[in-house]
Every structure is written in C-alpha cells, then in structure tokens.
Design a protein around this ligand. Structure first.
Ligand SMILES: C[S@@+](CC[C@H](N)C(=O)[O-])C[C@H]1O[C@@H](n2cnc3c(N)ncnc32)[C@H](O)[C@@H]1O
Length: 258
C-alpha cells in the first residue's frame, strides 16, 4: 500500500466516528435541541450547564454585527452555525468531511425538520425532531462534503470564515491554517474556536502546537491576520441522560490584513 493511500485510509478511519448514528443524533441535539430537550426541567442541573447551551450560535455572534456578502463555515457538522451565518451573509457555504452530517444539514435546509433519537441510557431512546432555526429559509445556503485540509481551489474567497472545534480534529491543521489567507478577503473576518483537546487519535503528536495553542495560532496567522479579540465559550454535548461533555473552547477573532 502506498504511503499516500495509507495516510488517506487512516484519516478516513479517524473521522468515521462522525458518520455514526450515535454522533449524528448527539450533534443534532447539540445544534438544534431546545434547552428543555438537553437539560429537562424535571431534574436539577449544576449551575453553569445552561450557559453552555447554544454554542454554535454564540461563536457566530463573534463576527462584527451587520451584513456581509459571503460566509464559509468549515467543519460545519449538522449546520447550525452555517444557518446562523446565513442571517447576515448573502451567501453561505458549509463544508464538512462527514457525509452523514452534510446529508442531515441539507435535509434541514430543504425540508425544515429531521427526526432523530436522543439516547437516555442502555437501549432507551426518545424520538425528537430537529428544526431549521426560525427566521432562516436556507435558500442562501449550501452544504458540501469536503476536506478542510484540501479544499477545492475554486472554492472562492469569503468575507467571513468560521471554523469551530475543527482544528484539533485535523491530522494536519497547518494545511488549513496555511490556506486561510486565501480564503478570507482583505478586511474580512475569521472566527476560530478550539477546545485545544489535542488527541493522537485525530492529530499525530508531531503536528500538535509545541507551546500553547493561542501562541501557535498567533505565530501561524501573523502577518496575514491581526488578532482582534479572544474569549472563552463553553459548550455542552449530551451523550446520555446523565453523561455530558462540558468543555470550554478558546475563541479567537481575526481580521485579514492587506
Ligand atoms: C468537533 S466537531 C465540531 C462541529 C461544529 N463546528 C461544532 O462546533 O459543533 C468537528 C467537525 O469537523 C468535521 N471534520 C473533521 N475533519 C474534517 C475535515 N478534514 N474537513 C472538514 N470537516 C472535518 C467533523 O465531521 C465534525 O463535524
């Protein structure tokens, strides 16, 4: 087997978790679930869990208020942030490597709703329906399957680029970082979010930042971008009725110079 084919096969295997029904249901709930569907009121929850809801809406809120012509959401998963970007951008493209996620995002764009099952415990499931966010018709939006490390050369150049919780899921994050100056228009904005959870199952250790992720991003993106702002945004992914991923993501907002 050739070296390139092995690398491709390893990469596909790493990302196959995002093709599973389990992850698809978790992400539909994470992106489109109501507060009550994620944290039902009949149980009491630790303070702060509610503040971690609506992550894909909060990361998009880091763009400067007002309209823009074009937006790109890389690693868009089932699409919530792309739907949110489409409120203020005339045209938005969402790209994800997972065929299952892109199919779900497209089904929501076209049909407005999609049924799925929330996992409770053991084999107990509850049927739910994900709905396209109110006030968004999806007509200025397209979802495509693709690799953020190897984007089509004719993808275009955008006023706004968003990539949330993607970098530390890439085998070679520098390939995306190196392409960003060609994806963001001069004067345009880039919002990156990363929980900095570098894991060998996704990224070989030799491709991890050698110091802090923030310092590494500054080094990688300077001088093409200026760091405008940084923030922390918590997020909550419900796996079962009592098991959650409760994490905080480092958000950095950049302006393309030149
Ligand atoms: C941790 S999830 C984050 C999803 C979403 N942005 C969010 O914040 O909820 C990572 C996403 O990146 C996608 N992904 C992984 N590798 C990718 C690649 N090479 N190109 C594009 N998307 C990729 C996965 O399919 C998954 O949807």
């Amino acid at each position: 087997m050739s070296w390139a084919k092995k690398l491709r096969d390893d990469f596909t295997a790493m990302n196959s978790i995002y093709e599973s029904d389990k992850l698809l249901a978790e992400y539909l709930l994470f992106h489109f679930g109501t507060a009550d569907e994620i944290l039902p009121q009949y149980r009491t929850w630790p303070a702060g869990m509610r503040e971690a809801l609506e992550f894909p809406v909060r990361t998009v809120a880091h763009f400067t208020p007002g309209g823009a012509a074009t937006g790109l959401d890389l690693g868009c998963a089932v699409g919530r942030s792309a739907f949110e970007m489409s409120r203020n951008c005339a045209h938005v493209t969402g790209v994800d490597f997972s065929h299952a996620f892109v199919r779900a995002a497209e089904a929501l764009r076209v049909g407005g709703s999609l049924t799925y099952e929330r996992s409770e415990e053991a084999s107990m499931r509850t049927g739910l329906s994900a709905r396209r966010p109110a006030g968004v018709d999806g007509e200025n939006l397209r979802f495509i399957q693709g690799d953020a490390m190897n984007l089509p050369s004719d993808l275009g150049v955008f006023d706004r680029v968003h990539a949330a919780n993607l970098l530390c899921r890439l085998p070679e994050p520098k390939r995306l970082l190196g392409r960003l100056p060609w994806l963001v228009k001069p004067g345009g904005e880039l919002v990156l979010a990363t929980p900095c959870t570098w894991l060998e199952e996704f990224t070989p250790a030799e491709n991890w930042p050698t110091a802090g992720t923030l310092e590494w991003l500054v080094e990688m993106l300077t001088p093409d971008f200026e760091l405008i702002r940084r923030a922390e945004e918590p997020f909550l992914i419900r796996e079962t009725a009592r098991k959650f991923q409760w994490t905080t993501s480092l958000v950095t907002v950049w302006q393309r110079l030149g």
